[in-house]
Design a protein around this ligand. Sequence first.
Ligand SMILES: CC(C)=CCC/C(C)=C/CC/C(C)=C/CC/C(C)=C/CC/C(C)=C/CC/C(C)=C/CC/C(C)=C/COP(=O)(O)OP(=O)(O)O
Ligand SMILES: O=P(O)(O)OC[C@@H](O)CO
Ligand SMILES: [Mg+2]
Length: 227
Amino acid sequence: MYDINEWRHAFKLDPNKYISDEDLEKICESGTDALIIGGTDGITLENVLDLMARVRRYTVPCILEISTIESVTPGFDLYFIPSVLNSTEVKWITGLHHEAVKEYGDIMNWEEILVQGYCILNDECKAASVTAANTDLTADDVRAYAMMAEKMLHLPIFYLEYSGKYGDPAIVKEVKETLETTALFYGGGIQSAQQAKEMAAYADVVVVGNIIYSDLKAALQTVEAVR
Ligand SMILES: CC(C)=CCC/C(C)=C/CC/C(C)=C/CC/C(C)=C/CC/C(C)=C/CC/C(C)=C/CC/C(C)=C/COP(=O)(O)OP(=O)(O)O
Ligand SMILES: O=P(O)(O)OC[C@@H](O)CO
Ligand SMILES: [Mg+2]
């Protein structure tokens, strides 16, 4: 199922973190709509290839969320390209993207590439510090980024990122009410089925990451919770 508009749930697997074959099988067979392979640091071609080879035994759609150009490899169903709309450095909004497209644009298969407009709201997460994101935002600021993503930039995905911290459902609700066509992804700090359900009441797609590595059972319970 490569149509993101039909998704409700995704697991995000970090190539820089260890997961056993047994746990990986449970994730892949969980009924989630997609696996997103991505992380902020320590992402290498070697660990991406290793994880890709292991998940490719299963039928679940598998997406590479590109965080370094060196780790891009053929073999995924889709490629997500993050652009951090609230970064204070142009490099994370369009800079690295310009360099990559200048070099590889003519051989890129644009049909399999989706750009994500990120808005990072947890000032303590790695993604916020790496991209120097301005996380000191009001709900109106966040809504404006969502509107820019949809109405100005025509992006298919707006990603509310609280990585490592459970976010504010009221902001997720407001953003959802702002968007008409762009899909709203929510990710960050989901540790229970109840939290997944709460965010899924507003977000189109709920992304579950770190809890996979600390409490697999709770992670698996989030899949059914969003249906
Ligand atoms: C198929 C094929 C071979 C194609 C070749 C063509 C090609 C090379 C295409 C790529 C073109 C392109 C435009 C690439 C973009 C280049 C790039 C590097 C863009 C920057 C991306 C970016 C903004 C990265 C910053 C970090 C970030 C937002 C990562 C997203 C994932 C994320 C937030 C993970 C969460 O990590 P976190 O939770 O903070 O970390 P921990 O859990 O470890 O704490
Ligand atoms: O790891 P957690 O906190 O679940 O966040 C998921 C995802 O949004 C990270 O990019
Ligand atoms: Mg993570």
